[in-house]
Design a protein around this ligand. Structure first.
Ligand code: GLC
Length: 745
């Protein structure tokens, strides 16, 4: 059938359809018609995603980053349906949105030369803003967004990220990470929203709603990708891409709920876990990818593999006896699109498998239908899809202000002995430490480059912690330190300098990293940092310890002697300013820990630990517990109450409490509602976060807060692995108060 006829047929059906059927039905009809017109090679091409380097010019000249011959080979010969990642130009410059627009335009031009003109969908890791675009708004990383306990900020981050991507012509973002971070050694902890299911659910779904709006085809919205499904974040040895052993009960209690929430929030794509759970690689797990994801969670979008992970079923996991068997295993388990990413082997092998009858074409049609549906829903088939105008949408003043606010609210004041903080701006301050005068330590991985560690690529006008303090100071700020993370710091010089200063701001922590390059053998800090800290603490001058980095490093001995401790994690491009705002009191801190901060490197007991762990009352003795965070004000909650003492099964429970600012400064406080099921057929955590609200209060102001706990909040995974609520007594806890209520059958 002539193409023109096919296109006309689709268009006529569409026009005819619009009169009598809704968009969904018209879309489905279009997909079925398009599928019917596709060759097997074209279908399999839609399941193929390649890295930019497959189409990239080896020696790009100016803006010409694509090699036209390579692009034509990918799209015309191999019918590739998706491309990902950033061009790694020799000087690794972050691309302007003009360059991105040209890349997307050049791809569209060649797409128009294909038989069916099926649009390519371009995927990018914009995990804390449009990470590979010059001048983009780069937010605090997820661990910090979690520390804000502020879903409104997460929603705005999603909105701003989506629209800045659309200025570049990009719209598929490999974000948010819905893995929960319960293994502090893991080098991607900072990409999660922390250890708690409820907190991660609220922050992650808020991000999705901001990023996608009601229709991610809108010109200022984009589609998200839930990752990494499922159980990737809990490697038993803490190393990236290493075995996780997660029972089905733990999976259903801790690791599936955030993905279930993300699907309900409308995320249309999912990226698969790059590691293995219980000996089964994520890309080979039919139970997870089909039985649960499709059968239970009702996911209708498509599942994309992670980087080269289908090949790795053969090359790494020794699960498949050949590359061809690896493709068969993954496709039949439920992977719809392969992030190959460097060649066309996936499509070549899958074509053979279908022709050999080893993979039914019905499975191909199923995967391609899912992919086409997402492309239709994304508006990719609309010829009018143009990049969003930069004016008013890219790096706006509103975006900058939102980012600064997010950074401020993401920083945790953990210790403030004798109100040493905030410092007077007239103070004489010594600033030192490996993270004191760098931007990359504020941002972490996936920033201009994969590892985020090339300081030369960072904007010169954003201040580091040191420069931000210097800009704000009316006294003196002296820096002793190097120009890169590994530059040795002259301890004697720092100690000598301390003598001429009133206070020391010592910035320690980690250099940027992500994935396996970030693997470590201990949470202990590098000895050079400990030596510097101990020498400065020995001077007797008050030390403000500032930590930066993607995970908690052991600072116990130093923190116990320091006058103040500020946990910054990865506050993003505005992090230097935000830290200075807090240190000088221009902002009243309100961040709360989204993870447990361990006292010792093997002291990995999380806040929602079990009654059996109370056997030793010291079992949960973190340096700083989940939810910890100080303010320059003080807040008190009183009058905890529930609307009834006894409830029927299925009832909602209304919890009320008053919160008062008893301090002398206006500030924000997050009120957290914890629940404990006092007796159940499966042991329950002593406490689990079930609701929270963040409020701003002026000195002396009191506000009454109410929370609704639903049967879902009371539920758990029972002995038979089904989610249930059992009658009995429950304890609700807020601040220092608790109340017991009963649920009757
Ligand atoms: C990486 C990461 C994943 C990312 C993908 C594409 O290996 O695991 O989070 O989205 O590759 O860059």
């Amino acid at each position: 059938m002539r193409i023109k006829t096919i296109i006309l047929m689709i268009m006529s059906l569409t026009m005819a359809g619009c009169a009598v059927r809704n968009k969904e039905q018209v879309g489905q009809q279009n997909i079925e018609n398009l599928l019917a017109a596709m060759t097997l090679e074209e279908k399999i091409g839609q399941m193929t995603q390649v890295d930019f380097s497959v189409i990239g010019a080896v020696d790009p000249q100016g803006d010409e980053l694509i090699d036209p011959a390579k692009l034509q080979e990918a799209l015309l010969k191999h019918h590739v349906g998706s491309i990902l990642n950033t061009p790694s130009t020799p000087n690794n410059i972050a691309r302007s949105y003009h360059i991105w627009q040209k890349i997307i335009h050049d791809i569209k031009v060649v797409t128009e030369q294909t038989r069916l003109k099926i649009p390519v969908i371009y995927g990018i890791d914009a995990i804390h803003g449009a990470t590979y675009t010059q001048g983009a708004t780069l937010f605090p990383q997820a661990i910090n967004m979690a520390a804000t306990f502020n879903p409104e900020l997460s929603l705005k981050e999603g909105e701003i990220t989506a629209r800045e991507l659309r200025v570049s012509g990009l719209q598929w973002n490999f974000s948010p990470v819905m893995d929960i971070g319960r293994q502090p050694l893991w080098p991607r902890l900072w990409e999660t929203y922390g250890e708690d299911v409820h907190l991660a659910t609220v922050l992650g779904t808020s991000y999705i709603k901001g990023h996608q709006g009601d229709d991610f085809a809108q010109g200022n919205k984009g589609l998200t990708c839930l990752k990494h499904y499922v159980g990737y974040s809990f490697p038993i040895n803490g190393k990236d891409r290493s075995p996780a052993w997660i029972s089905e009960r733990m999976l259903r209690e801790y690791f599936l709920p955030t993905f279930e929430a993300g699907i309900k929030a409308g995320a249309p794509t999912i990226m698969v876990n790059s590691a293995e759970v219980d000996g089964i690689p994520g890309h080979a797990n039919y139970q997870y990818l089909t039985t649960i994801l499709r059968g239970e969670l009702g996911f209708k979008g498509f599942a994309v593999s992670d980087w080269e992970d289908i090949k790795r079923l053969y090359t790494r996991d020794k699960l498949a006896a050949s590359p061809k068997e690896a493709v068969k295993i993954a496709v039949m388990a439920g992977v719809d699109m392969s992030m190959v990413p460097f060649d066309f082997s996936f499509s070549d092998l899958l074509l053979e498998l279908v022709k050999d009858g080893e993979v039914p074409e019905s499975r191909i049609d199923e995967a391609v239908s899912r992919i086409l549906k997402v492309k239709f829903d994304a508006g990719l088939f609309e010829p009018s899809t143009q990049p969003l105008a930069a004016e008013g949408h890219f790096a706006t003043a509103e975006a900058l202000a939102t980012n600064r606010q997010a950074a401020r609210e993401s920083i945790v004041l953990a210790k403030n002995t004798d109100h040493i903080l905030p410092l007077k701006k007239s103070a004489r301050i010594l600033v030192t430490g490996p993270t004191a005068n760098l931007l990359n330590v504020l941002n972490g991985g996936w920033t201009f480059t994969w590892q985020g560690d090339d300081e030369s690529l960072y904007p010169k006008d954003n201040p580091t912690l040191f420069k931000a303090l210097q800009q704000k100071s009316t006294g003196s700020v002296t820096y002793v330190g190097g120009n890169s993370f590994n530059d040795p710091i002259d301890i004697n010089k720092a100690v000598a300098a301390a003598k001429n200063n009133d206070v020391i701001v010592l910035a320690i922590g980690e250099k940027p990293y992500t994935e396996t390059p970030g693997n470590i053998d201990s949470l202990n800090l590098e000895s050079s940092q400990i030596e510097l800290a101990n020498a400065l603490l020995a001077t007797g001058k008050p030390v403000i310890l500032v930590t930066l980095g993607g995970r908690p490093r052991i600072i116990t001995a130093q923190a116990e002697k320091a006058a103040g401790v500020i946990l910054g994690f990865l506050p993003g491009m505005e992090g230097g300013e935000a830290l200075a705002d807090i240190i000088f009191g221009d902002y009243n801190p309100n961040g709360k820990l989204p993870i447990t901060y361990p006292r010792n490197t093997n002291d990995i007991v999380l806040y929602d630990h079990k009654p059996i762990e109370n056997f030793d009352p010291n079992v949960y003795k973190p340096l700083y517990p989940f939810g910890h965070g100080l303010s320059y004000s003080q807040f008190q909650t009183t009058g905890l109450s529930t609307d009834k003492n006894t409830y029927k099964m299925g009832d909602d429970i209304t919890v009320s409490v008053h919160v008062k600012n008893t301090g002398s400064l206006t500030g924000k406080e997050t009120v957290m509602v914890y629940l404990n099921d006092l007796a159940a057929s499966v042991t329950r955590p002593n406490k689990q976060l079930k609701a929270f609200k963040k409020v701003a209060l002026t000195p002396g102001q009191t506000e009454k807060l109410s929370f609704i706990l639903t049967p879902q909040d009371l539920s758990f995974i029972g002995v038979d692995l089904k989610r249930i609520v059992e009658p009995g007594e429950f304890k609700v806890m807020v601040g220092a108060e608790s109340i017991v209520f009963s649920v009757t059958p």
